[in-house]
Design a protein around this ligand. Structure first.
Ligand code: HEM
Ligand SMILES: *[C@@H]1O[C@H](CO)[C@@H](O)[C@H](O)[C@H]1NC(C)=O
Ligand SMILES: *[C@@H]1O[C@H](CO)[C@@H](O)[C@H](O)[C@H]1NC(C)=O
Length: 602
């Protein structure tokens, strides 16, 4: 029997009983039964009983694992062996790294130290698998899909915020969500660019007002507004109109949870949205015992309440509309319905509809905004890329033409730039699944055993994946792995995607590039996202021709530490501080000066 995933305190309580109370009570009972008094030896004896009991449980678990391993004919996944009991030093090292180190470097270091691409961190004696191995990601997301699910641990972290939504459900409920969403991403639907046109125009007009004063703008914030307004209109036909709110002020902006903070009404919604993502990430980082940090206060409560307060009235209004239409005896055909209208026809459950909406808003806003943010970053760092991109845009669309589904297909270089940005900065850099209760064996690793070690022969044995255990997989590390991408894996080079020889490597091995994931849970919005980003970039480049980073406007504490310069790989060259909270973002926002092209009259 499983607890409601919201009841994390009860789960913690049961763990305390299992780990501490059981041995203590047993010792007490035994001693009373035997009529012995422990006297001054009592405290060490009780402590000893807890340790001994832990030791026995561990031995028993290892024995079980060992048996299961041989039964499945697989080898155990290498365990990290820290210096302190329970790998506490590893936990501390990770917590420190999340504050100061480069994106996911702490994991990369561990893979290199142990010379393998899949590891068991086993912090506080709880198994937790991490992997950057392509074969294992393929197994978890596609070929071995049925052996995994989102799982209980993940639901426990996200339930309060995402509830019944698509990201937080498995099996039948997930299938229902997927079936509900699919028709809305069919080609006819996503080739209607009216919403993109409207919101791109608005975004560029906001931008032109800022550049008229020769001020920089937090591109990350602006893009989040653009993608949220577009998504809300596409999904519920009702624009949240966040582009009309107050933007963060250059030079005055303070750090929000992710980018720069905003204080308008929209600010409360996005702050809650971002806070929730940060809490989920924090919980994941703390691992199995995260409830210890939230015994007194459920940090998610407030954020969840704010998003509900925003979305519930929208859902209620849609339900009223439906009732009205029904009374009048009219019903629009599916092709004319918004996603929200479609949902109100399948259920009357306000919370279910809200959860579905929230999940898709989350899926579409931050990811696409992240893609645009990092494209802008690269355009600022590589003016020659900007020039080529702009030439392609002007040659195909002139300075004013509105892109269509077909005209975007012709933008080869644009697509290469988007692909290359998604390779180095996949908006979802890390993902988690849990094995179902049955243990399973993972296929042998394909790539060399650790990054940069082609010479070491790849082990050919299967690995043993224990039951009910989380596995964290990291497309970001895989997509930067030199063993897959060559020695220049860390270099931004869109031409990679135009060179038949290099493309053929990816075509032969599509799993090495999975910014949209793979298998049955692959992103449903992939084409929507490519279209939205390309559409916006065409309109942007028709009017603007230069992008310059404005580090002097980054909020305090958001520039990369100087110590990074001595490190290797992208860390040494990064001009911004990329961070992750479910999705990637630039710490403090991306402050950029947008330079208007001469002919750009709007
Ligand atoms: C550059 C933009 C985007 C990227 C990189 C991206 C990436 C991803 C990834 C990696 C997943 C898998 C998540 C998981 O397995 O836990 C996913 C799922 C999903 N995405 Fe996207 N996404 C993007 C844009 C969008 C857009 C614009 C929408 C909708 C309008 C969308 C809707 C979804 C949905 C509904 C799922 C859940 C699928 C499921 O669990 O079955 N995505 N996306
Ligand atoms: C070993 O396999 C059995 C049977 O499949 C399973 O119930 C048990 O949980 C497994 N043990 C571990 C440690 O995964
Ligand atoms: C971009 O990547 C996708 C794989 O996700 C591939 O199908 C496509 O051909 C690539 N396009 C270009 C121009 O690189």
């Amino acid at each position: 029997m499983w607890l409601n995933p919201k009841m994390y305190r009860t789960r913690l309580f049961l763990d305390v009983l299992r780990i501490f109370v059981f041995p203590v009570v047993t010792l007490y009972e035994t001693q009373t039964y035997a009529g012995i008094s422990l006297g001054f030896l009592a405290p060490p004896a009780y402590l000893g009983s807890i340790i001994l009991w832990g030791f026995i449980r561990n031995l028993f678990y290892d024995y079980q694992q060992h048996r299961n391993c041989s039964r499945l004919g697989a080898k155990p996944i290498p365990r990290i062996k820290g210096k302190l009991p329970g790998n506490i030093d590893i936990l501390l090292r990770m917590m420190k790294a999340f504050k100061t180190a480069y994106l996911m470097d702490v994991y990369l270091e561990l893979f290199q130290e142990y010379q393998c691409t899949t590891l068991n961190t086993r912090i506080l004696w709880v198994d937790q698998i991490i992997t950057m191995e392509e074969e294992h990601m393929k197994f978890v997301s596609s070929t071995g899909f049925n052996h995994f699910w989102r799982g209980r641990r993940q639901k426990e972290r996200m339930e309060e915020f995402l509830g019944n939504g698509i990201f937080n459900r498995d099996d039948e409920v997930w299938k229902m969500h997927r079936a509900n969403a699919r028709p809305f991403f069919a080609r006819e639907r996503i080739s209607d660019f009216q919403t993109f046109e409207k919101h791109s125009a608005k975004t560029l007009s906001v931008l032109s007002q800022i550049t008229a004063f020769n001020l920089p703008c937090d591109a990350q914030d602006l893009y989040a507004r653009f993608t949220l307004d577009s998504a809300s209109e596409f999904l519920f036909g009702n624009n949240l109109d966040t582009l009309s709110g107050t933007l963060p002020q250059p030079g005055l902006a303070q750090m929000g949870y992710k980018g720069s903070a905003t204080n308008d009404a929209f600010g409360s919604f996005t702050q809650a949205f971002e806070l929730a993502q940060c809490i989920i990430t924090q919980r994941a980082r703390l691992g199995y015992f995260w409830p210890l940090a939230e015994v007194r206060k459920n940090k998610m409560k407030e954020a969840a309440l704010i998003t509900k307060t925003w979305l519930d009235p929208i859902v209620e209004r849609a339900l009223e509309e439906k009732a009205k239409a029904r009374r009048a005896g009219v019903e629009a055909p599916l092709a004319d319905k918004t996603f929200l209208e479609h949902l109100t026809h399948s259920t009357e459950d306000v919370s279910l509809i809200r959860d579905e909406l929230l999940s898709i808003l989350l899926a579409s806003r931050d990811t696409t905004a992240c893609l645009l943010t990092f494209v802008t970053y690269f355009m600022a760092v590589y003016p020659e890329v900007t020039k080529r991109l702009r030439e392609e845009v002007l040659a195909t669309h002139g300075t004013h033409n509105v892109p269509t589904y077909e005209s975007l297909r012709g933008l080869k270089y644009m697509r290469a730039v988007l692909n290359e940005t998604l390779r180095l900065f996949p908006p979802v850099p890390l993902n988690v699944r849990e094995s179902r209760p049955e243990p399973v064996s993972l296929p042998p690793a394909q790539q060399a055993s650790f990054p940069g070690a082609k010479s070491i022969p790849t082990p050919k044995e299967h690995l043993y994946m224990p039951g009910s255990t989380p596995i964290m997989f990291m497309p970001l590390l895989m997509q930067r792995n030199p063993d897959l991408w060559g020695p220049d894996a860390d270099v931004f080079d869109p031409d990679r995607w135009l060179d038949p020889k290099r493309i053929s490597i990816v075509t032969a091995n599509p799993m090495m590039y999975t910014p949209f994931s793979a298998g049955p849970r692959i992103c449903v919005g992939q084409n929507f996202a490519y279209n939205e980003a390309s559409f916006f970039l065409v309109k942007l480049l028709q009017q603007f021709d230069s992008f310059t980073l404005a580090p002097e406007f980054q909020p305090e504490g958001s520039l990369p530490p100087v110590t990074w310069k001595q490190k290797q790989g992208r860390q040494a060259i990064e001009k911004i501080w990329p961070s992750a909270a479910l999705t990637l973002y630039v710490k403090g926002g991306l402050w950029v000066r947008f330079g208007k092209a001469d002919h750009g009259d709007s």
